[in-house]
Design a protein around this ligand. Structure first.
Ligand code: 0X9
Ligand code: ZN
Length: 432
């Protein structure tokens, strides 16, 4: 009897929700798999005409039948969106019922709470905290860490990179890691901080990082898109682009990973400033992409490995994303990504897909990885960190260590391979 009563309560609750008599008060993430072309059209319409944010795929043009769509629906659009989906018999699943709670969890500063067992590196940090950390790290490690001002953002914030250098060997090579090109991908800057901390803590303790740092300097740019990152903390958690203003439209921001000079603004990017994949006025029109490009141009003889860290979807990608053609050293890149993914699987029981960007996800021209590759940095990768859509961009802080450790093993595997392939051995090679 009690079960029957409960059943009726649930039935009515569902009815209330479906008829919209009970207003949704929380932002949600819906997962929807379109079954027909009509569903695809409806979803494209919902994600462009209503106040929502498409998480996956990045742009409505990539929505296709039988492929999961992740859609952020703010509380105030919930009723309209759900009614519309229901009217057209498009079924949805609620992936995250309370995004606000997760956002609160991501921004909570529990450093003062003695009960929270998490360290600095297991939390997300505001831009101001990251700037402070950059200076502090350099100050505390004067012999190994230098701050380099690479340029400044559209809103005139500094673009600081850290240079980790453990010796002054002549003809020393280097690798580059950038994080936070896309504002909402918060685990990415968290990884850059994690990497620097790990390098400083485990040099001379872990054989692999020691070998890497003995043979390469490392440039780490923790937040490539500071204006966007700041905005994602203060105004819109789902912001992706930078914050540049255009004279011709009220839409703000350029997708910095469509703004590099690699088949710029061909299929997979857009000239429309109101889209998430807006390529900008011309290649390197944005101060952020121009600063990175200038730095790499002037260091192209030393930088052998380029890494750009994103989230989410758990992938190790390499050129090309701007064309379906294969890179000249495709086999090499594939083998390296495969080995890195195998390590992640073996040590962390997690699955990363890997491959050339255009064939693994989509055609996406104007990306930093393809541009760096064409500049001559023949080992160039984009990592998409955790997760695969359970939390998406709202990955709880408790997952930072897992996400960063597995990415770290991938970075180490690839960097060791680059050293092995390009540099004559100076000391015995370690095993990972
Ligand atoms: O679309 C992107 O820029 C990246 N995915 S994300 O979901 N983080 O936005 C993938 C980048 C792959 N590389 C290039 N497109 N060059
Ligand atoms: Zn990204």
């Amino acid at each position: 009897m009690a079960t029957l009563l409960l059943f009726f309560v649930f039935l009515n609750l569902d009815l209330l929700l479906r008829t919209g008599h009970c207003r949704e008060t929380r932002d949600q993430i819906l997962s929807i798999t379109p079954k027909t072309q009509e569903h695809v059209d409806i979803l494209r319409n919902v994600s462009t005409q209503y106040e929502t944010a498409l998480w996956q795929p990045v742009s409505p043009q990539y929505i296709k039948e039988e492929t999961q769509v992740h859609l952020f629906v703010p509380a105030n659009s919930s009723e309209t969106v759900k009614n519309l989906l229901q009217r057209h018999a498009v079924t949805h699943e609620v992936l995250l019922a309370n995004a606000n709670e997760l956002i609160e969890m991501q921004t909570r500063n529990d450093s003062t709470d003695p009960r929270s067992g998490s360290t600095f590196y297991e939390r997300y940090h505001s831009l101001e905290d990251i700037y402070y950390w950059i200076n502090r790290t350099a100050h505390d490690n004067p012999n190994t860490v230098k701050v380099i001002l690479v340029g400044s953002s559209y809103e005139k914030r500094p673009l600081y990179a850290l240079k980790l250098s453990f010796n002054n060997r002549t003809n020393k090579k280097a690798m580059w890691i950038d994080c936070g090109i896309h504002a909402r991908e918060w685990v990415s800057p968290a990884f850059c901080l994690w990497f620097v901390h790990y390098s400083l803590s485990f040099y001379n303790i872990n054989q692999d990082i020691t070998h890497i740092l003995d043979n390469m300097d490392v440039y780490v740019l923790p937040v490539l898109n500071p204006d966007g990152y700041k905005y994602s903390w203060t105004s819109n958690r789902m912001w992706r682009k930078n914050r540049s203003i255009s004279k011709t439209t009220s839409c703000i921001g350029v997708d910095l990973n469509r703004n590099f000079d690699a088949n710029w603004c061909t299929e997979g990017a857009s000239h429309n400033p109101c889209t998430e994949i807006y390529c900008g006025m011309f290649p390197e029109s944005e101060p952020e992409s121009q600063a990175v490009a200038n730095f790499l141009r002037s260091h192209k003889d030393t930088v052998q490995l380029y890494l750009s860290i994103h989230s989410y979807s758990q992938m190790l990608l390499f050129p090309y994303s701007c064309t379906l053609e294969e890179a000249e050293n495709h086999r090499d890149l594939l083998e390296m990504a495969q080995e890195a993914a195998q390590k992640i699987r073996r040590y962390y029981r997690n699955t990363y897909r890997y491959g050339a960007g255009a064939k693994t996800i989509y055609l996406a021209p104007g990306g930093s990885d393809d541009w760096a590759y064409n500049l001559g940095i023949k080992y160039s990768f984009t990592f998409e960190l955790q997760d695969r859509g359970r939390y998406g961009f709202l990955l709880p802080p408790s997952h930072i260590s897992g996400a960063c450790n597995e990415a770290l093993i991938a970075v180490k595997t690839i960097a060791l391979k680059v050293i092995e392939k390009t540099q004559a051995p100076t000391s015995p090679s370690p095993t990972v």
